[in-house]
Write a protein of this length. Structure first.
Lengths: 235, 223
């Protein structure tokens, strides 16, 4: 506890400008930030200081730091970890280096812009980044539009409001889900890799693996069933 | 009302991985707007994508790439007028739109804003344009209690119910329910009495009507 208090004192003067920064402020009207920063309350300072310490250890922490205070260091950290993976991901479609880097670039620009939308109770950082990269790959390489639900649409039917206990369970769930993928059979994993990394529809997965379509469908169903049964005790 | 008919896991996987083409994705995405259960399946699948991405072999990027990206971001931050996610919705309640997004934008408005044309003897249709060629999306309005002309498909068909309900030998389909059919399904759906049934139907080949009269008319009315 003592070290924590010390750290808070040390970081106060340097990071004051960040206190009170609105997590949703992306409109460019940033001049108010410093004013509200000076009025910020102690508990807020403490929270920020603790947060800054833990920030760069996890990708989720980096995304939160970008969302809350447009943290460049966190962004750089995220880039170092994910850019080489995203380039590799883009190149699985058979495109050249240059176009692949364009996918990486557009993905990171969107990570910067949309970090506020990242919700660590709903997805891990890699999952969230995957969805952005997937969309950029479709946009830039396939030159087509991907229709998606719009959760701000009044006609959108929202999820049931989660209870606090469920939020913890979802965190655990995400971990469990990631681990259970490793336990799938090599055949099931092969189907999933072709689908997600090479962006092949299940019909083409069957052609590529030279197996009947029915076999691909049953591998998908078995894989999902396996993953769900692993989640069974927390869902 | 609960949704009981959802897309198959293969179709949800193709949507989650991004390989499903635009017009089929339109049907799936519109269904997802109405169905938290299917959204959960898609999120689970996206988590698989995230996990596979985090384990992929690295390929090093050009040394100047981060610089290029931050220059882009700086230019954007300097531009105070740039605002994202500023789409404003008018004060409508969830019940007031029959067509959820993304379909409403594709169709060019809600049900009452659209131009409907006669389809068969009593139904109406309006085409929904997408970037996919060879596949047709249409909205159908089937009067309450009336049948849709009996037909088979030589390819795939996906139907998403948006209002009212239809029934065939496989069950009753209400708002948000999703039916996938292929060439093996010969069905005679009819709208359940009460409200007109409005649905989105996507097909990748012309429908084949069983009745001689409908077959004769098919080339003329372009269905």
């Amino acid at each position: 506890m003592n070290t924590q208090t010390l750290n808070i004192k040390n970081s106060e003067s340097q990071s004051r400008v960040y206190f009170g920064a609105s997590p949703v402020s992306i409109s460019g009207k940033n001049k108010n930030k410093e004013v509200s920063a000076k009025k910020s309350i102690v508990s807020n300072k403490k929270r920020t200081a603790v947060l800054q310490e833990a920030t760069y250890d996890t990708m989720e922490g980096c995304l939160t730091a970008i969302a809350e205070r447009k943290d460049r260091k966190a962004f750089q950290r995220l880039f170092e970890s994910f850019a080489p993976k995203l380039k590799s991901f883009a190149m699985r479609n058979g495109v050249g280096m240059e176009l692949a880097e364009e996918v990486v670039q557009e993905t990171f620009i969107r990570i910067w812009r949309k970090a506020e939308q990242f919700d660590s109770t709903k997805a891990s950082a890699s999952t969230w980044i995957y969805t952005i990269a997937r969309n950029q790959r479709i946009d830039l390489l396939r030159k087509r539009h991907r229709p998606e639900p719009d959760f701000e649409d009044p006609a959108f039917v929202p999820d049931a409001e989660p209870q606090p206990s469920e939020i913890i369970a979802r965190d655990e769930e995400a971990n469990k889900l990631r681990n259970s993928i490793n336990l799938l059979s090599p055949e099931q994993q092969a189907v999933l890799k072709l689908a997600f990394l090479e962006e092949l529809p299940h019909v083409e997965v069957a052609e590529k693996l030279d197996i009947p379509l029915g076999t691909v469908k049953s591998r998908i169903r078995l894989a999902m069933k396996h993953i769900r049964s692993n989640l069974g005790d927390i869902r | 009302m609960t949704i009981t008919h959802i897309p198959s896991e293969e179709i949800l996987l193709d949507y989650a991985s991004g390989s499903l083409n635009e017009v089929w994705s339109l049907a799936v995405a519109t269904h997802l707007s109405l169905c938290p259960q299917s959204r959960q399946i898609v999120s689970d699948m996206e988590a698989i994508g995230g996990k596979l991405l985090s384990e992929i072999d690295d390929i090093s990027v050009s040394p100047d790439l981060l610089g290029k990206i931050t220059a882009n971001i700086d230019a954007e931050t300097a531009d105070n007028e740039t605002a994202y996610n500023t789409v404003e919705f008018d004060e409508k309640t969830s019940d007031s739109y029959c067509l959820p997004e993304p379909l409403r934008s594709y169709a060019g408005g809600d049900v009452d804003d659209l131009k409907w044309k006669k389809f068969g003897s009593s139904a109406q249709q309006t085409l929904v344009l997408t970037g996919s060629s060879g596949t047709v999306a249409r909205l159908l309005r089937i009067p309450a209690g009336k049948p849709v002309p009996e037909h088979t498909h030589s390819g795939q068909e996906m139907t998403l119910v948006l209002d009212g309900a239809f029934e065939d030998h496989t069950g009753i389909y209400g708002r948000g329910d999703f039916q996938q059919a292929n060439e093996s399904l010969m069905h005679q759906p009819y709208a359940v009495p009460g409200d007109d049934c409005i649905c989105l139907a996507v097909t990748d080949s012309p429908l084949h009507f069983k009745s001689f009269a409908a077959r004769l008319l098919q080339p003329v009315i372009g269905i």
